[in-house]
Design a protein around this ligand. Structure first.
Ligand SMILES: Cc1cc2nc3c(=O)[nH]c(=O)nc-3n(C[C@H](O)[C@H](O)[C@H](O)COP(=O)(O)O)c2cc1C
Length: 338
């Protein structure tokens, strides 16, 4: 019989923020609604990442603005005071900043803004405005697909590093970098991001791989929600990076159950983020998850999340080679023996 009255400490820290538990709602359209953000807090989310403001959105708005100002100059100074059109031109990012402010007023939990892009440019200055609007931290999602055969891996990495440095010059709130898994030397690259000033690494972006429509002979978008199998890639790299980087590690991708959260913590994550699970089961699922987490911890005699964090990282387990090539043959033969 588990004694749920026994105090189990679910608290953790992430990006210097004190969180009541490790359950974080990751960036998704759900966070575009203040009511949903409030429901996430009520259901037990310890922090929420807002949906991304995209580089393309910002650039599009500023091109519209430039065009408007150019046309106004041609038409004479009085045209430049034609505010409704101008307001329309700056609507996108402006709405985002207001949304940050409204969320901050609505909830006590930390609100993390998200910028999504891949090139150096004016859009990065929005990081500053997000901080001014009250965001507690910024998640920079660098979603870049290098399709140019002339571009070396080193150049791609430099691009990421420069973006992180640039953002850090803009703001003093903590910055987490959300990235994909496709780097030749993940641990080395993670260190570079560390040195560039990343306070957190969010592992991993899911690359949405287009499908073919064979009747229309078209390439079509294809968004499949995750399942717990997607967690393994994240566990592997969090376990490897734990202790090798200063940045806090966050898992995003494949967190669906309380035991998924436990695994993420044991690998070495500070937080376990969720989108698919909440889209599939509703925001209130967070409440059930927090209870199941407490029950699991009670049954297994854990007093705190901190006690678990990193306890099954690569350096902590008796067989660190399980994370390396050495395990490959064993894995393959384990299937044959089933
Ligand atoms: C419909 C949808 C919209 C998303 N929008 C964003 C976004 O705007 N920015 C971002 O960084 N990630 C976005 N994501 C990715 C999620 O934050 C998350 O990293 C990913 O879904 C993997 O986590 P999961 O397995 O819990 O779903 C989105 C995911 C989904 C399914």
């Amino acid at each position: 019989m588990i004694d749920l009255t026994k105090t189990i400490d679910l608290s953790t820290t992430y990006l210097g923020l004190k969180l009541k538990n490790p359950l974080v709602a990751s960036s998704s359209p759900m966070g575009a609604d203040v009511g949903n953000v409030r429901r996430m807090e009520d259901a037990g989310a310890a922090a929420v990442v807002l949906p991304s403001l995209f580089e393309e959105q910002i650039e599009m708005e500023s091109e519209e603005l430039d065009r408007f100002l150019g046309e106004s100059a041609e038409r004479g100074p009085e045209a430049a005071t034609h505010l409704p059109e101008l307001q329309h031109a700056v609507n996108g990012p402006d709405v985002y900043l207001k949304h940050i402010q409204r969320c901050k007023q609505a909830v006590q939990i930390p609100v993390i803004a998200s910028l999504n892009g891949s090139t150096k440019g004016g859009w990065l200055t929005y990081a500053k405005q997000m901080a001014q609007a009250g965001a507690d931290a910024l998640e920079l999602n660098i979603y870049y697909i290098p399709v140019d055969a002339d571009l070396s891996g080193e150049e791609v990495e430099r691009r990421y590093v420069e973006l992180v440095q640039e953002i850090n010059q803009q703001i003093s709130i903590p910055v987490a970098v959300k990235l994909g898994p496709y780097f030749s030397s993940m641990a080395n690259f993670a260190r570079k991001l560390d040195s560039a000033g990343a306070n957190g690494l969010v592992l991993f972006n899911r690359f949405y791989q287009p499908d073919y429509d064979l009747e229309a002979l078209e390439v079509v978008p294809n968004l499949i929600l995750s399942n717990s199998h997607d967690l393994f890639l994240r566990l592997h790299w969090v376990a490897v990076l734990y202790g090798q980087v200063k940045a806090d590690l966050a898992v995003t991708g494949g967190v669906h159950t309380a035991t998924d959260v436990v695994k993420a913590m044991m690998a070495g994550a500070k937080v376990a983020m969720m989108t698919s699970a909440l889209l599939q089961r509703g925001i209130n699922y967070l409440d059930k998850l927090a209870t199941e987490l407490l029950v699991w911890m009670g049954e297994h005699e854990y007093d705190s999340i901190r006690q678990m964090q990193g306890s099954m990282s690569r350096n902590a387990v008796p067989q660190p080679r399980a994370f390396e090539r050495a395990n490959y043959m064993k894995v393959l033969s384990s299937y044959a023996m089933r």
